[in-house]
Design a protein. Structure first.
Length: 251
C-alpha cells in the first residue's frame, strides 16, 4: 500500500505526477493499491483551484486514487476532516511526555533564541536548553493556559541526537544526523493550538491507512530521522521510504 500526499498550497507539477506514477505502478505490480491523500492542514497558504487542478491532472495521467471516502473505511482522505483523530494521538503523546505545550512567540523563536545560538556558535533550532518550555513546571504551564496564552504542541525529540542509519528502498543504506529539534507545524506558531499541532498527522494517517511503502522525491531524505522518531513515539512500525531522483526534462 502506498500513497501520494498532495497539498493544495500549490498546483501539482510534473515532478509530483512523476512520483505519483511510480507509486501507482509499484502498487499495481505488487498486488497493492495507491491512493491520494489531501494534506490541507495549512489552510492559510491554500491556493484557490488547486484541488480541481489535482483532479484534472490525475485523470489525464491515469493516476486517480484507488481508495476514496466512498469505497474505503480508512477515510476521510482529507486531513482537515481528521482533526478528532489527531487530537487523540496528540493527547497520548502529551500524557506520555513525548510532546509538550510551547508558548514561545515567533519573535522569541526567530529573533531572541536564534541570536543567542548564533552568538554561542551552536546550530540554530528548538532543542535542549534552547527549548524554553520543554521542561517547564506544570504550574507555569497552567498559569499560561489560565490566561489563554496562544500555544503550540511540540514533539519532544529524544535526548542526545547523534547519527542514524536506515535502509532506503532505492538507495540502500543511508547514514545521517538524527533529528534534534522539538518540531511543530510552523504555521501554528503564535496563533493558538488547533489539531494537528504536532507534525504527526502523516504518521497517524499512514499507519491507520495501512501504508507500508512511501515513494517520494529525494528532497525528503533529510526528514526521515524525524519521521522515524514520530513513528517510534506513536508506537507504530516504521515504513520503508524510497526516494527517487528528481525528474529532468531530457529535451
Amino acid at each position: 500500500m502506498t500513497r501520494f500526499a498532495a497539498s493544495p498550497t500549490g498546483f501539482v507539477h510534473i515532478g509530483g505526477v512523476y512520483a505519483a506514477t511510480i507509486a501507482k505502478a509499484v502498487a499495481q505490480h505488487s498486488g497493492g493499491s495507491c491512493f491520494v491523500r489531501i494534506e490541507d492542514t495549512d489552510q492559510n497558504r491554500e491556493v484557490v483551484g488547486a484541488e480541481q487542478q489535482f483532479a484534472r491532472a490525475f485523470a489525464y495521467f491515469g493516476i486517480e486514487s484507488e481508495e476514496t471516502d466512498e469505497n474505503s473505511q480508512c477515510g476521510p482522505y482529507r486531513q482537515s476532516a481528521r482533526a478528532a483523530i489527531y487530537v487523540t494521538y496528540v493527547r497520548e503523546l502529551l500524557r506520555r511526555g513525548r510532546a509538550y505545550l510551547c508558548f514561545c512567540t515567533k519573535q522569541e523563536l526567530w529573533a531572541a533564541i536564534s541570536e543567542e545560538q548564533t552568538a554561542a556558535k551552536v546550530p540554530t533550532g528548538h532543542y535542549g536548553k534552547w527549548a524554553r518550555w520543554r521542561d517547564a513546571p506544570t504550574e507555569r504551564v497552567m498559569a499560561e493556559l489560565s490566561v489563554r496564552t496562544p500555544y503550540v504542541v511540540r514533539f519532544r525529540s529524544p535526548e542526545g541526537a547523534g547519527r542514524v542509519r536506515y535502509q532506503d528502498g532505492i538507495r540502500g543504506w543511508i547514514e545521517q544526523g538524527d533529528n534534534r529539534n522539538d518540531v511543530c507545524h510552523p504555521e501554528n506558531i503564535g496563533r493558538g493550538a488547533s489539531a494537528p499541532d504536532v507534525p504527526s498527522a502523516h504518521a497517524v494517517d499512514d499507519h491507520l491507512m495501512r501504508v507500508n511503502k512511501v515513494i517520494r522525491g529525494e528532497e525528503w531524505i533529510s526528514s526521515v530521522p524525524l519521521h522515524h522518531q514520530l513513528f517510534d513515539a506513536l508506537g507504530f512500525p516504521r515504513l520503508q521510504y524510497s526516494h527517487i531522483a528528481p525528474y529532468e526534462d531530457g529535451r
